[in-house]
Design a protein around this ligand. Structure first.
Ligand code: C2E
Ligand code: CA
Ligand code: CA
Length: 745
């Protein structure tokens, strides 16, 4: 019968055929290395210790017959060996001691216990060696009885087990410290929770797979009762930020719910759900587990869970900062940044279409100015409140900018009709009741993914179009709108570059006196080479230059260039030829415009009357006072003024008396109306109006003789058109002038 030392030092009997694995080493056994050059000692040791069980594990023997053989074994398997029974005298008198030194110092292995055995007392190591090399026991072979051997081995194995546990705890503690420190650096709930799962897994030596779930509540500001997956690792990772209900595993969801309900950990076969509850944060951490948790593991867990509260507080702080960055301070709705995030979030149902809407409150600035900022703010809050009560929680609402609100949700719920209904009745703002008008831009989201910013941009394009509409106050985004916008923007960029590179040209179209046929002036017309031998029409690019403000610089160049040409014309003997320059509205808005014209004239020593400015009726009507003041001042300086495209501006004629005009240019369309044998009523009216007001008239776009004859008959004095000459570069103009002079003389 064999003594067997069990858990509680009770004697038990062991099943004879428990064996070590083939590799010779096993985790389920205590590995005992016997090192001795005496064959017999090996046999006796085996026999004496056969069937000994310590703390539920049997012994497994490894045998080395020399110090060098033992050295080899220790090098490869040292960390798995619990006890070494070591002969001191082998190849040399101190071969065993040299081996101990090798184990402790060279290999740095502190865990294996060492029991020295020697034949004679004279080979006993020094006291200091025993202490320095942490040797457990020292025995003279002859004194070593079987019982003593068993006692020594049991004590050594126990000591070994303790050391291992302490070391494991130390590793565990280090992981906790590192883990919490890592978590401290996480700035989002998502990262934090992911970190918790990963750290837990590493703590427990598991596959990093698991979930952190919590009721949304204060954490993410959503529906309070729904449990969300805040963090996940491994296979669960794609589920982050989704409601727990999306997880297709009843066992897991039930246990998570149970853990949150009962507010306690659940340890079960194959998984654990840990209850986390710190600083107002309540969560359930689910981890897959293939082995049971030891008491030791559970202690580590508790320690870990309590230490991560620091990390959570940290995250909470960031969450609040985040809120500040993603919430509108006034309405508490998501702000533009957050709206962009919301737009990017995949919809829970990919089959139903979603629509984004931007709602722009008309004339909000006037309300703000008129009633004060407090009333303005109250009004915005009141709009936000109505949006929230009308549109259920499936629709996300946001304030995008001061007076623009955003919605995103099911297309069936977000329609112009629904939104307009909301603005049927007035809004309350402090003591005021204010009716509101809005413009609505809508964008039905496509199935392919777009960034939030792109979506917002497109909806905004639709909104801008909606503002230009007269009948309806809304517009849906359509790709053509954007194509136009993109084209326009790239054209403006190109124009800006080409202008900077001095690629724009100024051409000149002669104007003639209908009775004499003499050239009495030219009109300066911009030409923009398109890089392919042709020109982009000014009818296309001038509106863009105006829209972008680029016309101010370009117009200045046209003025300078025209004055330079006036100087050249004068020097060439054509001092009677005026040069007409087209002026756009943005140029008048420049306070220095009048000075700039005068400076251009002075720089090239021009007689001011040789310069004529052409403005359209719409320019006059846009800001009459600015234009009238500027023209008065220029007129006083001697510059001539013509109204371009006269008759097309639908404007009141009364301003004609207030403007210091010289000439009306009869628009090409009226000249075009002139047919043989018919009266061209408008052309006739314009000419007689000009005559009554004492203004000269010039017919634009004269292409055929009958048009010229008719205009001349009406009393129109001058004409311009392809019939006489097309616009041409300045050199060509000089040749043209010279040729005509030669033919008339
Ligand atoms: P606009 O001021 O009415 O200029 C007259 C336009 O009619 C010119 O077109 C000219 O080439 C064209 N035209 C002249 N005779 C005939 C004709 O017999 N038949 C036809 N079909 N067309 C004729 P262009 O040069 O394409 O200029 C278009 C518009 O671009 C101008 O209309 C003017 O509004 C603007 N523009 C051109 N240069 C400038 C500039 O330097 N500054 C500003 N602000 N606008 C300019
Ligand atoms: Ca013109
Ligand atoms: Ca014109």
């Amino acid at each position: 019968m064999t003594h067997i030392y069990g858990d509680n030092d009770k004697l038990v009997f062991l099943d004879e055929d428990a064996q070590a694995s083939e590799s010779g080493l096993s985790e389920k056994f205590w590995n005992v290395l016997v090192v001795d050059d005496d064959e017999e000692t090996h046999t006796i040791t085996r026999l004496s210790l056969a069937n000994l069980v310590v703390n539920k594990r049997q012994l497994n023997f490894l045998h080395a017959y020399s110090a060098s053989q033992a050295r080899e074994m220790l090098l490869h398997h040292g960390s798995q060996i619990a006890v070494i029974l070591l002969d001191v005298v082998m190849e040399t008198d101190d071969a065993g001691l040299v081996l101990v030194k090798y184990l402790r110092e060279t290999l740095g292995l502190e865990e294996p216990r060492i029991v020295l055995r020697t034949g004679r007392l004279s080979n006993a190591p020094e006291q200091s060696t025993i202490i320095d090399y942490d040797i457990n026991d020292y025995k003279i072979k002859t004194e070593f009885t079987r019982n003593q051997l068993i006692t020594t081995i049991v004590a050594s194995v126990r000591a070994y087990q303790h050391i291992i546990t302490i070391n494991q705890n130390r590793v565990g503690l280090r992981k906790i410290i590192d883990g919490s420190a890592n978590l401290l650096e996480e700035h989002s709930i998502k990262e934090f929770c992911e970190g918790v799962v990963t750290q837990l897994a590493s703590l427990l030596g598991l596959e990093a797979e698991g979930l952190v779930c919590a009721k949304a509540g204060s954490t993410i500001g959503k529906d309070l009762e729904t449990v969300y997956i805040l963090g996940a690792a491994g296979n669960f990772a794609p589920l982050i930020s989704q409601p727990l209900t999306l997880l297709d595993d009843v066992l897991i969801t039930d246990n998570i719910q149970r853990c949150l309900r009962q507010k306690q950990h659940i340890f079960d076969a194959g998984f654990s759900v840990l209850y986390l509850h710190k600083a107002g944060f309540e969560a359930a951490v689910y981890v897959n587990m293939t082995h049971d948790l030891s008491a030791n593991d559970k202690q580590l867990l508790e320690l870990f869970l309590s230490s991560i509260s620091i990390g959570y507080e940290n995250v909470h702080l960031f969450q609040q900062l985040r809120n500040a960055a993603f919430r509108d301070w006034l309405t508490r709705l998501p702000n533009r940044n957050e709206f962009i995030n919301l737009l990017e979030r995949p919809s829970s149902d990919s089959h139903t279409s979603r629509t984004v809407a931007l709602i722009d409150i008309s004339r909000f600035a006037d309300i703000n100015d008129g009633l004060g900022q407090d009333a303005g703010n109250a009004l915005l809050v009141s709009v936000a409140t109505r949006l929230c009560s009308f549109f259920d929680s499936s629709i996300d609402k946001a304030r995008i900018s001061s007076d623009i609100f955003g919605l995103v949700g099911l297309s069936s719920k977000i329609s112009p009709q629904h939104i307009n209904d909301l603005f049927e009745s007035s809004y309350q703002a402090l003591e005021h009741t204010i009716p509101l008008n809005v413009h609505i831009g809508l964008y039905e989201l496509p199935s392919q993914k777009e960034t939030g910013l792109e979506i917002l941009k497109r909806t905004n394009i639709a909104l801008n179009r909606a503002k230009k509409r007269h009948q309806d106050n809304f517009e849906y985004y359509a790709p053509e709108i954007e194509e136009r916008t993109i084209l326009r923007l790239s054209m403006i960029r190109q124009l800006r570059n080409d202008f900077a590179d001095r690629k724009l040209q100024l051409w000149f179209q002669p104007q003639i006196n209908l009775s004499t046929g003499n050239i009495i002036g030219v009109e300066s017309l911009l030409r923009w080479p398109d890089g392919q031998g042709g020109f982009t029409s000014p009818a296309v690019f001038i509106p863009m230059a105006e829209y972008s403000g680029l016309i101010v610089d370009i117009g200045q160049w046209v003025l300078d260039e025209s004055c330079r040409r006036i100087q050249s014309l004068t020097q060439a003997g054509y001092r009677e030829v005026r040069v007409a320059v087209n002026i756009s509205m943005p140029q008048f808005r420049d306070r220095l415009f009048v000075d700039k014209v005068k400076q251009a004239l002075a720089r090239f020593a021009c007689i001011p009357s040789q310069l004529e400015l052409e403005i359209t009726e719409s320019v006059v009507m846009d800001e009459p006072q600015i234009v009238i003041d500027a023209l008065d001042s220029l007129k006083a300086h001697g510059v001539s003024i013509a109204i371009d495209d006269f008759g097309t501006g639908f404007s009141s004629m009364s301003y004609l008396q207030h403007l210091p005009l010289d000439r009306l240019k009869v628009d090409r369309s009226f000249v075009n109306d002139i047919q043989p044998g018919k009266t061209a009523v408008i052309a006739e009216t314009i000419v007689s109006l000009g005559n009554k007001l004492g203004l000269s008239t010039i017919a634009e776009g004269v292409e055929r003789v009958e048009q010229a004859d008719y205009m001349k008959q009406l009393g129109c004095i001058e004409a311009q058109g392809y019939m006489y000459a097309k616009p041409m570069p300045f050199d060509a103009l000089i040749n043209h002038l010279a040729a005509r002079q030669a033919s008339t003389h």
